[in-house]
Ligand binder design. Structure first.
Ligand code: AMP
Length: 502
Protein backbone atom coordinates (compact mmCIF):
# COMPACT_ATOMS: atom_id res chain seq x y z
CA UNK A 1 0.00 0.00 0.00
CA UNK A 2 1.29 3.47 -0.88
CA UNK A 3 0.17 6.92 0.23
CA UNK A 4 -0.98 7.64 -3.34
CA UNK A 5 -3.28 4.61 -3.22
CA UNK A 6 -4.89 6.04 -0.10
CA UNK A 7 -6.17 8.95 -2.20
CA UNK A 8 -4.05 11.84 -0.91
CA UNK A 9 -3.45 14.90 -3.10
CA UNK A 10 -0.20 15.74 -4.90
CA UNK A 11 0.99 18.52 -2.55
CA UNK A 12 0.60 16.20 0.41
CA UNK A 13 2.29 13.30 -1.39
CA UNK A 14 5.21 15.53 -2.30
CA UNK A 15 5.53 16.72 1.28
CA UNK A 16 5.67 13.08 2.37
CA UNK A 17 8.43 12.45 -0.11
CA UNK A 18 10.38 15.30 1.46
CA UNK A 19 9.89 13.59 4.81
CA UNK A 20 11.06 10.28 3.29
CA UNK A 21 7.90 8.48 4.31
CA UNK A 22 7.46 5.69 1.83
CA UNK A 23 4.89 3.39 3.38
CA UNK A 24 1.83 4.23 5.44
CA UNK A 25 1.72 2.78 8.95
CA UNK A 26 -1.27 0.55 9.79
CA UNK A 27 -3.22 3.35 11.46
CA UNK A 28 -2.60 5.56 8.45
CA UNK A 29 -3.82 2.87 6.08
CA UNK A 30 -7.00 2.50 8.05
CA UNK A 31 -7.72 6.10 8.95
CA UNK A 32 -6.78 8.14 5.88
CA UNK A 33 -9.49 6.91 3.46
CA UNK A 34 -12.16 7.24 6.17
CA UNK A 35 -11.19 10.77 7.09
CA UNK A 36 -11.02 11.74 3.42
CA UNK A 37 -14.66 10.62 3.09
CA UNK A 38 -15.56 13.11 5.81
CA UNK A 39 -16.58 10.54 8.40
CA UNK A 40 -16.02 10.88 12.13
CA UNK A 41 -13.31 8.63 13.47
CA UNK A 42 -12.57 6.89 16.72
CA UNK A 43 -8.91 5.89 16.72
CA UNK A 44 -7.39 3.66 19.36
CA UNK A 45 -3.68 4.21 19.03
CA UNK A 46 -0.79 5.43 21.05
CA UNK A 47 2.04 7.76 20.25
CA UNK A 48 4.61 6.24 17.93
CA UNK A 49 2.07 4.62 15.63
CA UNK A 50 2.04 7.47 13.14
CA UNK A 51 -1.36 8.69 14.30
CA UNK A 52 -0.54 12.37 13.81
CA UNK A 53 -0.12 11.88 10.08
CA UNK A 54 -3.17 9.60 10.11
CA UNK A 55 -5.41 12.51 11.03
CA UNK A 56 -3.38 15.41 9.68
CA UNK A 57 -2.78 14.30 6.09
CA UNK A 58 -6.41 13.70 5.09
CA UNK A 59 -7.54 16.77 7.05
CA UNK A 60 -5.15 18.94 5.05
CA UNK A 61 -6.75 17.63 1.87
CA UNK A 62 -10.23 18.28 3.21
CA UNK A 63 -9.33 21.83 4.21
CA UNK A 64 -7.99 22.46 0.71
CA UNK A 65 -11.02 20.85 -0.93
CA UNK A 66 -13.55 22.87 1.07
CA UNK A 67 -12.14 26.02 -0.54
CA UNK A 68 -12.83 28.24 2.49
CA UNK A 69 -10.33 30.64 3.98
CA UNK A 70 -9.47 31.27 7.60
CA UNK A 71 -11.33 34.27 9.01
CA UNK A 72 -9.80 36.71 11.47
CA UNK A 73 -9.67 35.32 15.01
CA UNK A 74 -11.01 31.99 13.76
CA UNK A 75 -9.61 28.59 12.94
CA UNK A 76 -10.83 25.92 10.53
CA UNK A 77 -9.27 22.86 12.11
CA UNK A 78 -8.79 22.64 15.86
CA UNK A 79 -6.46 20.03 17.32
CA UNK A 80 -6.59 19.66 21.09
CA UNK A 81 -3.64 18.04 22.79
CA UNK A 82 -3.02 17.51 26.51
CA UNK A 83 0.55 18.78 26.73
CA UNK A 84 2.52 21.62 25.28
CA UNK A 85 5.17 19.20 24.00
CA UNK A 86 2.63 17.23 22.06
CA UNK A 87 0.90 20.39 20.79
CA UNK A 88 4.24 21.70 19.52
CA UNK A 89 5.04 18.43 17.79
CA UNK A 90 1.64 18.18 16.14
CA UNK A 91 1.93 21.77 14.90
CA UNK A 92 5.35 21.04 13.45
CA UNK A 93 4.01 17.95 11.69
CA UNK A 94 1.10 19.97 10.32
CA UNK A 95 3.54 22.55 8.95
CA UNK A 96 5.70 19.86 7.39
CA UNK A 97 2.79 18.02 5.80
CA UNK A 98 1.20 21.22 4.45
CA UNK A 99 4.50 22.79 3.40
CA UNK A 100 3.47 22.82 -0.27
CA UNK A 101 0.05 24.34 0.36
CA UNK A 102 -1.03 27.79 1.50
CA UNK A 103 -2.51 26.56 4.77
CA UNK A 104 -1.49 28.38 7.91
CA UNK A 105 -0.78 26.49 11.12
CA UNK A 106 -0.55 28.06 14.56
CA UNK A 107 -0.03 26.56 17.97
CA UNK A 108 -0.96 27.95 21.37
CA UNK A 109 -0.15 26.48 24.75
CA UNK A 110 0.56 27.48 28.33
CA UNK A 111 3.90 28.71 29.50
CA UNK A 112 4.28 31.19 26.64
CA UNK A 113 3.23 34.81 26.26
CA UNK A 114 -0.57 35.18 26.07
CA UNK A 115 -0.33 38.53 24.36
CA UNK A 116 1.77 37.03 21.59
CA UNK A 117 -0.84 34.31 21.21
CA UNK A 118 -3.55 36.98 20.98
CA UNK A 119 -1.67 38.61 18.14
CA UNK A 120 -1.19 35.28 16.40
CA UNK A 121 -4.94 34.71 16.41
CA UNK A 122 -5.67 38.01 14.62
CA UNK A 123 -5.02 36.71 11.14
CA UNK A 124 -6.85 33.45 11.70
CA UNK A 125 -5.44 29.96 11.18
CA UNK A 126 -6.34 27.03 9.00
CA UNK A 127 -4.93 24.63 11.58
CA UNK A 128 -4.80 25.56 15.24
CA UNK A 129 -3.13 23.18 17.69
CA UNK A 130 -3.87 24.01 21.30
CA UNK A 131 -3.86 22.83 24.86
CA UNK A 132 -7.30 23.31 26.45
CA UNK A 133 -6.38 25.86 29.13
CA UNK A 134 -4.70 28.35 26.83
CA UNK A 135 -7.43 27.95 24.24
CA UNK A 136 -10.10 28.91 26.77
CA UNK A 137 -7.98 31.87 27.96
CA UNK A 138 -7.95 33.26 24.46
CA UNK A 139 -11.65 32.61 23.94
CA UNK A 140 -12.42 34.38 27.21
CA UNK A 141 -10.35 37.35 26.07
CA UNK A 142 -12.32 37.49 22.80
CA UNK A 143 -9.14 36.80 20.90
CA UNK A 144 -10.54 33.65 19.30
CA UNK A 145 -13.84 32.21 18.13
CA UNK A 146 -14.52 28.56 17.42
CA UNK A 147 -17.61 29.25 15.33
CA UNK A 148 -15.86 28.42 12.05
CA UNK A 149 -14.30 25.07 13.01
CA UNK A 150 -14.77 22.45 10.28
CA UNK A 151 -12.66 19.68 11.83
CA UNK A 152 -12.03 18.89 15.50
CA UNK A 153 -9.27 16.52 16.57
CA UNK A 154 -9.05 15.33 20.14
CA UNK A 155 -5.67 13.74 20.63
CA UNK A 156 -4.67 11.56 23.59
CA UNK A 157 -8.14 11.82 25.09
CA UNK A 158 -7.25 9.46 27.94
CA UNK A 159 -4.41 11.71 29.00
CA UNK A 160 -6.71 14.74 28.80
CA UNK A 161 -9.01 13.07 31.27
CA UNK A 162 -6.13 11.98 33.49
CA UNK A 163 -4.95 15.57 33.61
CA UNK A 164 -8.36 16.85 34.64
CA UNK A 165 -9.25 18.61 31.40
CA UNK A 166 -12.76 17.18 31.21
CA UNK A 167 -14.57 20.42 32.10
CA UNK A 168 -12.43 22.47 29.78
CA UNK A 169 -13.12 19.95 27.05
CA UNK A 170 -16.88 20.08 27.57
CA UNK A 171 -16.83 23.86 27.39
CA UNK A 172 -14.75 23.87 24.25
CA UNK A 173 -16.89 21.32 22.44
CA UNK A 174 -19.99 23.31 23.42
CA UNK A 175 -18.59 26.29 21.50
CA UNK A 176 -18.06 24.36 18.27
CA UNK A 177 -20.50 24.18 15.37
CA UNK A 178 -22.70 21.07 15.40
CA UNK A 179 -21.82 20.44 11.79
CA UNK A 180 -18.20 19.41 11.84
CA UNK A 181 -15.99 16.38 11.43
CA UNK A 182 -14.61 14.96 14.67
CA UNK A 183 -11.56 12.73 15.00
CA UNK A 184 -11.01 11.28 18.42
CA UNK A 185 -7.83 9.46 19.47
CA UNK A 186 -7.00 7.65 22.64
CA UNK A 187 -4.42 5.03 23.55
CA UNK A 188 -6.86 3.26 25.83
CA UNK A 189 -10.63 3.03 25.82
CA UNK A 190 -11.95 2.77 29.38
CA UNK A 191 -15.67 3.48 29.90
CA UNK A 192 -15.25 7.17 30.67
CA UNK A 193 -13.45 7.70 27.37
CA UNK A 194 -15.97 5.60 25.47
CA UNK A 195 -18.79 7.74 26.85
CA UNK A 196 -16.97 10.91 25.95
CA UNK A 197 -16.36 9.61 22.42
CA UNK A 198 -20.03 8.63 22.06
CA UNK A 199 -21.13 12.12 23.03
CA UNK A 200 -18.82 13.87 20.55
CA UNK A 201 -18.83 11.55 17.56
CA UNK A 202 -21.55 10.82 15.09
CA UNK A 203 -21.60 7.35 13.54
CA UNK A 204 -17.81 7.09 13.67
CA UNK A 205 -15.63 4.60 11.89
CA UNK A 206 -13.43 2.86 14.39
CA UNK A 207 -9.78 2.08 13.77
CA UNK A 208 -7.42 0.43 16.18
CA UNK A 209 -3.82 -0.55 15.91
CA UNK A 210 -2.86 -3.71 17.66
CA UNK A 211 -3.72 -3.15 21.28
CA UNK A 212 -0.84 -3.72 23.56
CA UNK A 213 -1.61 -6.09 26.37
CA UNK A 214 0.98 -8.35 27.90
CA UNK A 215 4.33 -9.43 26.55
CA UNK A 216 4.45 -12.73 24.74
CA UNK A 217 4.82 -15.64 27.15
CA UNK A 218 7.34 -17.38 24.98
CA UNK A 219 9.81 -14.53 24.97
CA UNK A 220 12.68 -14.63 27.44
CA UNK A 221 13.27 -11.04 28.43
CA UNK A 222 16.73 -10.06 29.53
CA UNK A 223 18.61 -6.87 30.14
CA UNK A 224 22.27 -5.94 30.35
CA UNK A 225 23.20 -2.79 32.24
CA UNK A 226 25.94 -1.23 30.20
CA UNK A 227 27.47 2.09 29.21
CA UNK A 228 26.21 3.55 25.97
CA UNK A 229 29.68 3.55 24.44
CA UNK A 230 30.18 -0.14 25.22
CA UNK A 231 27.04 -1.38 23.51
CA UNK A 232 28.62 -1.87 20.12
CA UNK A 233 31.36 -4.06 21.54
CA UNK A 234 28.80 -6.23 23.30
CA UNK A 235 26.61 -6.82 20.26
CA UNK A 236 29.69 -7.74 18.25
CA UNK A 237 30.45 -10.37 20.89
CA UNK A 238 26.85 -11.56 20.82
CA UNK A 239 26.85 -11.99 17.04
CA UNK A 240 30.18 -13.77 17.11
CA UNK A 241 28.84 -16.22 19.69
CA UNK A 242 31.24 -14.92 22.35
CA UNK A 243 28.56 -14.06 24.89
CA UNK A 244 26.78 -17.22 25.92
CA UNK A 245 24.07 -15.70 28.19
CA UNK A 246 22.50 -14.23 25.06
CA UNK A 247 22.03 -17.68 23.52
CA UNK A 248 22.72 -18.68 19.95
CA UNK A 249 21.60 -16.07 17.47
CA UNK A 250 19.90 -17.43 14.37
CA UNK A 251 18.64 -14.05 13.28
CA UNK A 252 18.20 -10.79 15.11
CA UNK A 253 16.30 -7.59 14.71
CA UNK A 254 18.20 -4.76 16.40
CA UNK A 255 16.36 -1.56 17.29
CA UNK A 256 18.13 1.78 17.40
CA UNK A 257 16.74 5.17 18.22
CA UNK A 258 17.75 6.97 15.05
CA UNK A 259 18.41 6.29 11.39
CA UNK A 260 21.94 7.55 11.80
CA UNK A 261 22.43 5.21 14.75
CA UNK A 262 21.15 2.27 12.71
CA UNK A 263 23.64 3.02 9.93
CA UNK A 264 26.47 3.33 12.40
CA UNK A 265 25.70 -0.02 14.03
CA UNK A 266 25.57 -1.68 10.61
CA UNK A 267 28.82 -0.08 9.52
CA UNK A 268 30.65 -1.17 12.64
CA UNK A 269 29.22 -4.67 12.53
CA UNK A 270 30.47 -4.88 8.96
CA UNK A 271 33.93 -3.83 10.12
CA UNK A 272 33.76 -6.56 12.72
CA UNK A 273 32.88 -9.12 10.05
CA UNK A 274 29.17 -9.43 10.88
CA UNK A 275 26.90 -9.06 7.87
CA UNK A 276 24.08 -6.66 8.71
CA UNK A 277 21.66 -4.35 6.94
CA UNK A 278 19.63 -1.36 8.03
CA UNK A 279 16.08 -0.39 7.26
CA UNK A 280 14.85 3.09 8.02
CA UNK A 281 13.13 6.06 6.50
CA UNK A 282 16.16 7.24 4.54
CA UNK A 283 16.38 4.02 2.56
CA UNK A 284 14.55 3.76 -0.72
CA UNK A 285 11.73 1.31 -1.11
CA UNK A 286 13.91 -1.01 -3.18
CA UNK A 287 16.74 -0.88 -0.64
CA UNK A 288 14.31 -1.76 2.10
CA UNK A 289 12.78 -4.58 0.12
CA UNK A 290 16.21 -6.00 -0.68
CA UNK A 291 17.33 -5.77 2.95
CA UNK A 292 14.19 -7.51 4.06
CA UNK A 293 14.45 -10.25 1.46
CA UNK A 294 18.10 -10.90 2.38
CA UNK A 295 17.18 -11.07 6.02
CA UNK A 296 14.26 -13.40 5.48
CA UNK A 297 16.33 -15.70 3.28
CA UNK A 298 19.09 -15.82 5.91
CA UNK A 299 21.68 -14.07 3.73
CA UNK A 300 21.97 -11.45 6.45
CA UNK A 301 21.52 -12.50 10.02
CA UNK A 302 21.15 -9.06 11.53
CA UNK A 303 18.69 -6.35 10.55
CA UNK A 304 19.01 -3.00 12.27
CA UNK A 305 15.87 -0.88 12.27
CA UNK A 306 14.18 2.15 13.71
CA UNK A 307 10.74 1.58 15.21
CA UNK A 308 8.80 3.24 12.51
CA UNK A 309 10.61 1.41 9.72
CA UNK A 310 10.10 -1.96 11.37
CA UNK A 311 6.43 -1.26 11.88
CA UNK A 312 4.07 -2.48 9.24
CA UNK A 313 6.56 -4.93 7.79
CA UNK A 314 6.20 -8.56 8.41
CA UNK A 315 9.21 -9.86 10.28
CA UNK A 316 8.20 -12.30 12.92
CA UNK A 317 9.55 -15.51 14.35
CA UNK A 318 13.01 -14.22 15.14
CA UNK A 319 15.44 -15.88 17.52
CA UNK A 320 16.43 -12.50 18.96
CA UNK A 321 15.19 -8.95 19.29
CA UNK A 322 17.90 -6.69 20.61
CA UNK A 323 17.07 -3.27 21.95
CA UNK A 324 20.30 -1.42 21.29
CA UNK A 325 18.44 1.52 22.76
CA UNK A 326 15.31 1.25 24.87
CA UNK A 327 12.12 2.83 23.57
CA UNK A 328 10.81 5.79 25.55
CA UNK A 329 7.22 4.66 25.10
CA UNK A 330 6.91 1.38 27.01
CA UNK A 331 4.21 0.00 24.71
CA UNK A 332 6.76 0.18 21.93
CA UNK A 333 8.85 -2.38 23.78
CA UNK A 334 5.96 -4.79 23.64
CA UNK A 335 5.61 -4.25 19.90
CA UNK A 336 9.30 -4.83 19.41
CA UNK A 337 9.63 -8.02 21.37
CA UNK A 338 6.41 -9.44 19.96
CA UNK A 339 8.42 -10.25 16.86
CA UNK A 340 10.51 -12.93 18.51
CA UNK A 341 9.65 -16.55 19.34
CA UNK A 342 9.42 -18.96 16.45
CA UNK A 343 6.44 -21.26 16.36
CA UNK A 344 6.56 -23.11 19.65
CA UNK A 345 10.21 -22.19 20.33
CA UNK A 346 11.39 -19.53 22.71
CA UNK A 347 12.72 -16.22 21.50
CA UNK A 348 15.04 -13.91 23.37
CA UNK A 349 14.53 -10.20 23.81
CA UNK A 350 17.70 -8.59 25.04
CA UNK A 351 17.77 -4.95 26.06
CA UNK A 352 20.99 -2.99 26.43
CA UNK A 353 20.22 -0.39 29.04
CA UNK A 354 22.51 2.57 29.61
CA UNK A 355 22.44 4.67 32.76
CA UNK A 356 20.21 7.32 31.24
CA UNK A 357 17.72 4.70 30.08
CA UNK A 358 16.91 3.33 33.52
CA UNK A 359 13.63 5.24 33.72
CA UNK A 360 12.54 3.64 30.44
CA UNK A 361 13.37 0.23 31.86
CA UNK A 362 11.29 0.92 34.95
CA UNK A 363 8.34 2.01 32.83
CA UNK A 364 8.62 -1.11 30.68
CA UNK A 365 8.68 -3.38 33.71
CA UNK A 366 5.71 -1.55 35.17
CA UNK A 367 3.66 -1.85 32.01
CA UNK A 368 4.43 -5.49 31.34
CA UNK A 369 4.53 -6.63 34.95
CA UNK A 370 7.71 -8.53 34.09
CA UNK A 371 11.06 -7.99 35.74
CA UNK A 372 13.69 -8.46 33.08
CA UNK A 373 16.40 -10.94 33.96
CA UNK A 374 19.68 -9.08 34.47
CA UNK A 375 22.60 -10.61 32.62
CA UNK A 376 26.16 -9.97 33.72
CA UNK A 377 28.69 -8.41 31.40
CA UNK A 378 31.27 -10.90 30.15
CA UNK A 379 34.31 -11.34 32.40
CA UNK A 380 36.96 -8.74 31.68
CA UNK A 381 34.56 -6.97 29.31
CA UNK A 382 35.54 -3.49 30.40
CA UNK A 383 39.24 -4.06 30.14
CA UNK A 384 38.74 -5.76 26.80
CA UNK A 385 36.76 -2.77 25.54
CA UNK A 386 39.41 -0.42 26.83
CA UNK A 387 42.22 -2.25 25.15
CA UNK A 388 40.27 -3.20 22.05
CA UNK A 389 42.64 -6.08 21.56
CA UNK A 390 40.37 -9.03 21.08
CA UNK A 391 38.02 -7.37 18.64
CA UNK A 392 40.34 -7.75 15.73
CA UNK A 393 39.78 -4.27 14.31
CA UNK A 394 43.43 -3.37 14.38
CA UNK A 395 44.50 -5.87 11.81
CA UNK A 396 43.60 -3.77 8.81
CA UNK A 397 43.58 -0.32 10.21
CA UNK A 398 46.14 2.11 11.44
CA UNK A 399 45.27 4.53 14.23
CA UNK A 400 45.54 8.21 13.40
CA UNK A 401 48.71 10.00 14.36
CA UNK A 402 47.61 11.36 17.70
CA UNK A 403 46.53 7.97 18.86
CA UNK A 404 49.36 5.81 17.68
CA UNK A 405 50.81 3.63 20.34
CA UNK A 406 47.57 3.51 22.25
CA UNK A 407 45.22 0.69 21.46
CA UNK A 408 41.56 1.38 21.79
CA UNK A 409 38.34 -0.30 21.03
CA UNK A 410 36.83 1.10 17.85
CA UNK A 411 33.99 2.67 19.80
CA UNK A 412 36.26 4.70 21.98
CA UNK A 413 36.26 8.12 20.39
CA UNK A 414 39.36 10.12 19.84
CA UNK A 415 39.16 13.69 21.02
CA UNK A 416 41.34 16.71 21.48
CA UNK A 417 42.21 17.58 25.07
CA UNK A 418 39.35 20.08 24.96
CA UNK A 419 36.93 17.27 24.29
CA UNK A 420 36.38 18.24 20.64
CA UNK A 421 36.45 15.53 18.00
CA UNK A 422 39.97 15.10 16.74
CA UNK A 423 40.39 16.63 13.28
CA UNK A 424 40.75 14.15 10.49
CA UNK A 425 44.04 14.23 8.78
CA UNK A 426 42.43 14.58 5.43
CA UNK A 427 38.88 15.89 5.05
CA UNK A 428 36.78 13.74 2.83
CA UNK A 429 38.92 10.73 3.64
CA UNK A 430 37.47 8.85 6.55
CA UNK A 431 40.40 6.57 7.06
CA UNK A 432 41.05 8.01 10.48
CA UNK A 433 37.47 7.47 11.46
CA UNK A 434 37.56 3.93 10.12
CA UNK A 435 40.74 3.23 11.91
CA UNK A 436 39.25 4.21 15.21
CA UNK A 437 35.68 3.28 14.50
CA UNK A 438 34.60 6.82 15.27
CA UNK A 439 32.32 8.97 13.20
CA UNK A 440 34.36 11.89 14.37
CA UNK A 441 31.18 13.45 15.58
CA UNK A 442 31.25 13.46 19.34
CA UNK A 443 33.80 13.78 22.06
CA UNK A 444 34.75 10.77 24.08
CA UNK A 445 32.89 10.83 27.34
CA UNK A 446 35.69 9.36 29.30
CA UNK A 447 38.42 11.58 28.01
CA UNK A 448 39.79 13.77 30.76
CA UNK A 449 39.18 16.83 28.63
CA UNK A 450 35.66 15.89 27.62
CA UNK A 451 32.81 18.10 28.69
CA UNK A 452 30.61 16.33 31.19
CA UNK A 453 27.46 15.05 29.52
CA UNK A 454 24.52 17.34 29.95
CA UNK A 455 21.94 15.85 32.22
CA UNK A 456 19.84 13.37 30.36
CA UNK A 457 21.67 13.52 27.05
CA UNK A 458 22.64 10.24 25.49
CA UNK A 459 26.23 9.66 24.62
CA UNK A 460 28.88 11.63 26.49
CA UNK A 461 28.45 9.28 29.38
CA UNK A 462 30.76 8.44 32.20
CA UNK A 463 31.76 4.89 33.01
CA UNK A 464 28.93 3.13 34.71
CA UNK A 465 29.95 1.20 37.72
CA UNK A 466 26.98 -0.67 38.98
CA UNK A 467 23.79 0.52 37.43
CA UNK A 468 23.34 3.96 38.89
CA UNK A 469 22.45 6.87 36.74
CA UNK A 470 25.41 9.02 37.58
CA UNK A 471 23.95 11.90 35.68
CA UNK A 472 20.92 11.89 37.89
CA UNK A 473 19.11 13.34 34.94
CA UNK A 474 16.12 12.44 32.90
CA UNK A 475 16.47 10.12 30.00
CA UNK A 476 17.08 11.81 26.74
CA UNK A 477 14.35 12.45 24.25
CA UNK A 478 13.84 9.66 21.78
CA UNK A 479 13.98 10.69 18.20
CA UNK A 480 13.18 9.19 14.85
CA UNK A 481 14.95 10.70 11.96
CA UNK A 482 16.25 13.54 14.03
CA UNK A 483 12.80 14.67 15.02
CA UNK A 484 11.66 15.07 18.52
CA UNK A 485 8.56 13.05 18.44
CA UNK A 486 5.61 11.79 20.35
CA UNK A 487 6.49 12.48 23.94
CA UNK A 488 10.11 12.46 24.72
CA UNK A 489 9.95 11.32 28.27
CA UNK A 490 8.66 8.16 29.80
CA UNK A 491 4.90 8.17 30.19
CA UNK A 492 4.93 8.84 33.90
CA UNK A 493 7.28 11.74 33.56
CA UNK A 494 5.35 13.20 30.66
CA UNK A 495 2.26 13.21 32.79
CA UNK A 496 3.96 14.93 35.66
CA UNK A 497 5.46 17.48 33.34
CA UNK A 498 2.15 18.03 31.68
CA UNK A 499 0.30 19.34 34.66
CA UNK A 500 1.71 22.77 34.27
CA UNK A 501 1.16 23.06 30.60
CA UNK A 502 -1.90 25.07 29.92
P1 AMP B 1 3.28 9.72 15.90
O1 AMP B 1 2.72 8.39 16.31
O2 AMP B 1 2.31 10.52 15.15
O3 AMP B 1 3.86 10.45 17.08
O4 AMP B 1 4.48 9.44 14.88
C1 AMP B 1 5.67 8.84 15.28
C2 AMP B 1 6.84 9.16 14.37
O5 AMP B 1 6.72 8.45 13.15
C3 AMP B 1 7.01 10.61 13.96
O6 AMP B 1 8.39 10.93 14.07
C4 AMP B 1 6.59 10.67 12.51
O7 AMP B 1 7.30 11.67 11.83
C5 AMP B 1 6.98 9.29 12.03
N1 AMP B 1 6.11 8.75 10.96
C6 AMP B 1 4.77 8.83 10.89
N2 AMP B 1 4.32 8.18 9.81
C7 AMP B 1 5.39 7.66 9.17
C8 AMP B 1 5.56 6.87 7.99
N3 AMP B 1 4.54 6.46 7.27
N4 AMP B 1 6.82 6.54 7.65
C9 AMP B 1 7.88 6.94 8.38
N5 AMP B 1 7.79 7.68 9.50
C10 AMP B 1 6.55 8.05 9.91
Amino acid sequence: MTFAQLGLSQPVLQALELKSYTTPTPIQEQAIPTVLEGRDLLGIAQTGTGKTAAFMLPSIDRLIASGKTAQRKCCRMLVLAPTRELAGQIAQSARDYSALTTLRTQSIFGGTSVSKDRQKMMRGSDVLVATPGRLLDLIDQNALSLAGVEILVLDEADQMLDLGFIHALRRIVGLLPQRRQTLFFSATMPNAIKQLADSYLSNPAQVAVRPVATTADLVEQKVVLINQDEKQALIEMIFRGQYSPAGEVVNALVFTRTKHGADRVVRKLGQAGVRADAIHGNKSQSQRERALADFKSGRTKVLVATDIAARGIDISGLSHVINYELPNVPEQYVHRIGRTARAGAKGIALSLCAGDERAYLRDIQKLTGVTLEKLPLPDDFRSAVESGIEHGHEANSRPPRQDRGRKRHPNVRITTPQGKPAPRRNEGDDRAARATGTDGARPAANHPGAKPARSGKPGGFKKWSGGQNRQGGKPAGRTEGGENRGGNQPMRRRRQGARTTS
